[in-house]
Design a protein around this ligand. Structure first.
Ligand SMILES: Nc1nc2c(ncn2[C@@H]2O[C@H](COP(=O)(O)OP(=O)(O)O)[C@@H](O)[C@H]2O)c(=O)[nH]1
Ligand SMILES: [Mg+2]
Length: 366
């Protein structure tokens, strides 16, 4: 008689797997429950091994359907007695084991999920993962090498820096913080706001400008934009605030496109502001609707409202758009940081950067 061995996480899943592989006429000869050995990164896990055979020619061949009560099936399956299995029959056993994931990969997946890292970055980070190395050491390195940080624009912004993105994502606040960051580093900066439509928009940007001693001009039409930036001809960088595209107001969108069309593309950077707590589908939708402008980099806002930044890193990777800035609060001009590898590492959760946990693991081995 041909015997089959199936190993799975529980008796039920082993039985289901056996039925899936060998059909519903399978009978169970023996069952063994045990735990896997715990590893450096993993807990012990339950396993159930069943040895089964096909009830052929017994005359009792009976179809067992999925609906049939499991315990009845098991009772019936307990013939013949497990001890009657001879040594040669055991050797004849065909062994099926679900492909076991290495401890390192399991831990790596757990870490990536806990940090909300999504595809395609998720799979990329797991590619050829070494089984004998701690994923908490391997992964941060990989995350950093796959994360795009826009160091160039941080230091050498183009003449026009336009902030685009949905209403409420933090464009105006982030623009004011960024303008101040450059002013502090010795650049001569000015602000032009194209948001002449929203109530209170002028007051908001003017208040920031006054508080930070940065000149602010408003421009609602192309000629006004041209004369505004000409009046700032002696400035190094001109930051341009926009009102965001509206899914409902096509006329407004046309006007924004016409206004931005005035700027010399080669001398303009378009920064898309996305809030860190935004859902990935929404961020993708925004990215697509603004893609015609040629998005240069991302300003990720409201980091203070999220626990992890995996979604942001995944979005940046998926859209091949580097991150330039992070903001983590409403305070202008303080709550802004230039993106960097060090900052990304700081926001990763549960890696070897949790030094206390890491040290105790190390002392366990030595
Ligand atoms: N918690 C938090 N709030 C922010 C941050 N950046 C902006 N905000 C707030 O988000 C709201 C919308 O910001 P605003 O700059 O007017 O967005 P805009 O419509 O895109 O110009 C304001 O209440 C800001 O104070 C941030 O980093 N953290
Ligand atoms: Mg605004």
């Amino acid at each position: 008689m041909q015997y089959y061995t199936v190993v799975a996480e529980s008796y039920e899943s082993a039985l289901n797997k056996a039925r899936e592989l060998y059909g519903n006429d399978i009978r169970i000869n023996s069952r063994r429950d045990y735990y896997t050995r715990g590893g450096l990164f993993t807990r012990r896990e339950p396993r159930c091994e069943i040895v089964c055979y096909l009830a052929e020619g017994t005359g009792k061949k009976k179809k067992v359907t999925d609906e049939k009560d499991m315990s009845e099936f098991e009772k019936e399956a307990r013939t013949p007695n497990p001890s009657s299995l001879s040594r040669s029959e055991r050797l004849d056993t065909e062994i099926y084991r679900e492909k076991e994931m290495s401890d390192a990969e399991k831990e790596a997946r757990r870490l990536l999920e806990a940090n909300h890292i999504t595809e395609p970055l998720f799979s990329k980070l797991l590619e050829n993962l070494p089984e004998d190395k701690d994923p908490r050491i391997v992964l941060p390195d990989r995350i950093i090498s796959l994360s795009g940080v826009d160091y160039t624009r941080q230091v050498h912004p183009k003449r026009f820096v336009v902030f685009i993105g949905p209403t409420g994502s933090g464009k105006t606040t982030t623009l004011a913080k960024t303008a101040y960051l450059y002013a502090k580093s010795g650049k001569r900066v000015a602000v032009i706001s194209l948001d002449t439509y929203r109530v209170g928009a002028y007051e908001q940007i003017k208040a920031f400008g006054d508080a930070l001693s940065i000149p602010v001009a408003m421009a609602g039409a192309e000629d006004e934009l041209v004369s505004a930036y000409e009046s700032f001809s002696w400035k190094d960088v001109i930051f341009i605030d926009t009102m965001g595209l509206s899914p409902k107001d096509q006329e407004l969108n046309l006007r924004l496109r016409a206004l931005l069309g005035v700027l010399d593309k080669d001398r303009t950077d378009f920064i898309l502001t996305v809030s860190a707590s935004m859902k990935e589908e929404d961020a993708m939708e925004q990215f697509t609707s603004y893609s015609e402008f040629g998005i240069s980099s991302l300003a990720v806002t409201k980091l203070d409202e999220t626990e992890t930044i995996g979604n942001v890193l995944s979005f940046s990777y998926k859209t091949s758009t580097p991150i330039m800035l992070f903001t983590d609060g409403q305070k202008v001009p303080d709550d802004i940081k230039k993106a960097s590898s060090a900052l990304i590492l700081e926001y990763l959760k549960g890696f070897g950067l949790d030094m206390k946990g890491y040290r105790s693991q190390v002392s366990d081995i030595s």
